[in-house]
Structures are given as structure tokens and as C-alpha cells.
Design a protein around this ligand. Sequence first.
Ligand code: PMP
Ligand code: GLN
Length: 388
Amino acid sequence: MKSSNALMSGLGTTVFEVMSALARQHQSVNLGQGFPDDKGPEEVRVAAADYLLNGHNQYPPMMGIPELRQAVAEHAKRFQGLDVDWQTEVLVTSGATEALGDCLFGLIEPGDEVVLIEPLYDSYLPMVRRAGGIPKLVRLEPPTWRLPRAELAAAFSPRTKLILFNTPMNPCSKVFDREELEFIAGLCLEHDAYAVCDEVYEHIIFGDRQHLSIMTLPEMRARTVRIGSAGKSFSLTGWKVGYVTAAPELMRTIAKTHQFMTFTTPPNLQWGAAVGLRLADNYFSGLAADMQRKRDHLAVALADIGFDVLPAHGTYFVTADFRPLGFSGTDDDFCRHITVEAGVTAVPVSAFYDEPLLAPRHFARFCFCKHDTTLDKAIERLGRHFGP
Ligand code: PMP
Ligand code: GLN
């Protein structure tokens, strides 16, 4: 028989699935894959349930139900001051994952160069490559994860079609500041490149940092694609409702990709997401404050156990160096070790690199978007395992 696509068949199974399966097998506390153990806002779930029972459960419009597209546009105005035309500039997708695929397959021509920033979310590289893009990787270095400007500038060329990046950033919890975004925008303008910005953690941001979309910067409105996720903003990761905002010229092609990927997304979940995006400001500030408290809870406890915990300015995750505990294996070894021996699961940060063997091998990513009881159980188990 003929072989299947070599690039796709050569992929491993995503680290999130691997580690969650291992967690189930060993009944460990799963702080690996990023998902809350909260139920999510009741009004959002009730709206979706009600729509499921009483609403129109047939194919919604390809671009998404008007109520959600309008809510995405209103939300962009409320939080980013963006004027968005919901009819021509908003697309609903089945999760940010589909949104990313639609953008990459819609925008990349085989041979185009694509600038990416490591560590990176694990779906980016396979999709860029499958679309025929040539990745140009720029690495952030721990512990500051500062943007290396000279390297970034050198990664751009006349062949650059787009930069794909993520802020707040999974897994290293960096938040790009205005100066960094301005620098990226300058390169996009100089090289006539697009910015595809994965902003799924836009509301999970800590301290006095604020999420800023590169789409708001001068001259970037027409060349930015902004991606959000109801899964993250409403702690409902299983819903897989994403949304793309882009100028009509870009959106037309992205939407044509979407029409043959999924065409649409369950209407009741779209309805629920629309209710969510229209929640009052205090829902969103409360989400950030709650997550920040959970971050502090876990980060302080991991430091007490002996980890060297890096700062986390956003997302669901803290990154911790396990070498001070005396563990000399790789991050893969460590994450398997604590799953099997301590009953707690984390994910190895090297999984977020193109070449894991050449990546930092001493960081584990722990997910803190859990109830205190879950975090306490994990802390107690790790403390017992590594304690005196
Ligand atoms: N981008 C990043 C950075 C993520 O962490 C995730 C994981 N949820 C996604 C995209 C995918 O989001 P969704 O579940 O909405 O597909
Ligand atoms: N975004 C989640 C994480 O980083 C995982 C999503 C998935 O499992 N595909 O943990």
C-alpha cells in the first residue's frame, strides 16, 4: 500500500495526550495538560444547555451565529478599543486550534517563510510545515524569556509571509509588552509580513500587566490576525469554540479554509460563548485574580519543596527547574518519575521545541488552574516525595 503523508505520519502523539494518559494510568493529580477543574460560569453553561434543548440545532451560518460574532466584536472594542465589523471581520471556529489551522493553510504559500518563537505551542510547527511554510525559529531563553531583538530581526527576510506568536505565552508564561510588540510590528511592516497572534490567554494575566493585542498598533490593523478561545476565557476547554478577527481581505481566505475544515461549530456552544463574552467586566477581572491566587498558591509551595520556580505573568502555567531537588535526568524523565512515584503529573518543557534534544531539559510545566483541594493534594504528594 502507498504510504500516508510522511510529515503527519512521522509525528509523535501530542505531549498533552501522552501525559494525561499516563496520569490516568497512575491515578496521579494531573497538573500536566492545561484544563481547569472548575465547572465554568453557570450562566454560560445554562445558556448553552437551554439553547441545546430549545434552540436551532441545525447547521449555523458558516461564519458563526450572528450573536457570537457580534459579541466578539463588542468584546474587542471593550478590551482592546478595536472597531471590528462583525459581518466581515469575525469568524467562529472549532477552537483556537482550528483557527490556527485555517490561518496557516489560508495564508501560507509553499516556500513562504514563517517566523516562530520558541518555546512554542505544539500544534504550530506541524501545521506550518504541512502548509508548506519554512519555519524560522527564534528562541527565548529562560529565566527572563526576553525577546532577542537582533535574532528576531535576522529571522525576517523578504520571503517572510507571517510571524505566528502567542501572548500571554504558553508554556513560559511571558507577556509581551508594548515595546516588544512594537518591535515585532516594525518588522512586519518592514517586510510586508502578517502577524498571526494567538491570544487565547488574553484574560489570564497577572499583576499590573495588561493584555495588548498587536492588532491595536499603528498600521497593524490590516495585517494582524487575532485568535481567541472561549475554552480559556470561560474555563470550558472541552467546548472548542474559537474566534478569529482579521481585516476582510485576510478573512476571506481564512474563511474559505474554515468552510472545508469544519464549516461550523455546535450552535449551542456558540450561543453560550456569546453570553460569556458579554459578561460584566468583573467576571474577567475575577478570572484573572482567581488564577493569580492559584498561581501564587502553587508557585510558593513548589519553591518550598525546593524547585526553582520561574516568574509567571499569565496563562495557566508555572515553569519550575527541578535540578535543585537533585534530579539529574531529563525533563521527560522527571515528569514520568513524578507521575509514577509521587502521583503528580507535569509536562516537560522541551516538548515545546522543534528539537527537544537541543532544548532546555530541566524544566517542568505545572498547571495551576485547579481547585485548592487539587493543588493541595499535588503539593502534599510532591512534598512527601521530595521531602526530608
Ligand atoms: N493556543 C494555545 C497557546 C493554547 O495553549 C491552546 C490550548 N488550549 C490552544 C491554542 C488551543 O485552544 P482551543 O482549545 O480553543 O483549540
Ligand atoms: N493548551 C493545553 C495545554 O497547553 C492543551 C490543549 C490540548 O491538549 N490540545 O496544556
